[in-house]
Design a protein around this ligand. Structure first.
Ligand SMILES: Cc1ncc(C[n+]2csc(CCOP(=O)(O)OP(=O)(O)O)c2C)c(N)n1
Ligand SMILES: [Mg+2]
Length: 283
């Protein structure tokens, strides 16, 4: 519990757990702040939401910190659990907040199929480009050439463009921002939550301890400067060559498309079948 004036966002967090346990300079605190502001701006009742997370530092953003019904699931499985919740309770807003390892590594297949089905979930992927919680192992999102705990000489794998993958799979809304772009991110989170279909927001974030140590960048502010300098808005990026975009983060609303939503289609079939059976019983 914190003494002193009460912050208005305290209504949305488990106050008894504040101050949070994120490392100094970690981006997770920023994401929690923007997320609570998005829920507040949308005037969403947390009682009508279910937040789902996996295992990792970023999974602590909704659970235990955000004050709503939360499912803190197993590593890689938050989208699978969220799919179950949304299928049975389409009236609830179901939001996944989890890490890049969770969402695009071990849980990559759940991500692809949730996007393909266009199920009305919002997935907020905190991309710190590393397995943060477990000490800094290489992730599918780690840029090639960088040193990590498990690639002490350098990472030889190309990194995954998760947002592009989700677009190709069929999502309705896809955006990418960083922890530097808080106001744009705030608006984007609201748009994603308002989307009727699968929405995905990637947030490039910093892990000064476990990502930063092997590459010699230990200060959260240095990461923010780096994100600012190396981010290219999507409109500008479209006019740039692949070489010019090497090492850059393309930010902005990357994709928006209206498609039939999975649970609506599913419940339409159920209703049709119930009507049909009723008619058959009468005749
Ligand atoms: C099935 C399974 N495999 C591996 C782990 C170990 N594990 C826990 S968190 C984690 C990585 C978390 O990385 P990420 O999802 O990117 O979250 P971050 O901590 O970086 O926010 C791993 C490998 C686990 N808990 N369960
Ligand atoms: Mg991570």
């Amino acid at each position: 519990m914190i003494d002193g004036p009460r912050h208005r966002m305290m209504d949305y967090v488990r106050e008894e757990l504040m101050p949070h346990r994120f490392c100094a300079g970690c981006g997770c605190g920023t994401v929690l702040n923007v997320f609570t502001n998005a829920i507040d701006a949308l005037k969403l009742d947390p009682k009508k939401m279910v937040c789902v997370s996996g295992i990792g530092c970023s999974s602590w953003i909704p659970s235990p910190y955000f004050k709503a019904d939360t499912l803190h699931t197993t590593h890689g499985r938050p989208i699978a659990f969220a799919t179950g919740v949304k299928t049975m309770r389409p009236d609830l807003k179901v939001i996944v907040v989890a890490g890049d390892g969770d969402v695009s590594g071990i849980g990559g297949n759940h991500l692809i199929h949730a996007a393909r089905r266009n199920i009305d979930l919002t997935v907020i992927m905190v991309n710190n480009m590393i397995y943060g919680m477990t000490g800094g192992q290489v992730a599918p999102t780690t840029p090639a050439g960088l040193k990590t705990k498990t690639t002490p000489y350098r990472n030889i794998e190309p990194s995954f463009n998760v947002a592009e993958l989700v677009i190709a799979a069929g999502a309705s809304y896809v955006a990418r921002w960083s922890t530097y772009h808080v106001f744009k991110l705030l608006k984007s989170m609201q748009d994603a939550i308002n989307t009727e279909g699968f929405s995905f927001v990637e947030i490039i974030s910093q892990c000064p301890d476990n990502f930063g140590r092997p590459i010699g960048m230990r200060n959260g502010t240095d990461f923010l400067r780096y994100f600012k300098k190396n981010s290219v808005p999507i409109g500008k990026a479209r006019k740039m060559s692949e070489e010019e975009l090497e090492g850059k983060f393309i930010i902005g609303k990357l994709h928006e498309k209206t498609r039939p939503e999975y649970t609506a289609e599913l419940h339409k079939i159920t209703k049709e079948q119930v009507e049909l059976q009723k008619k058959e019983q009468i005749s």
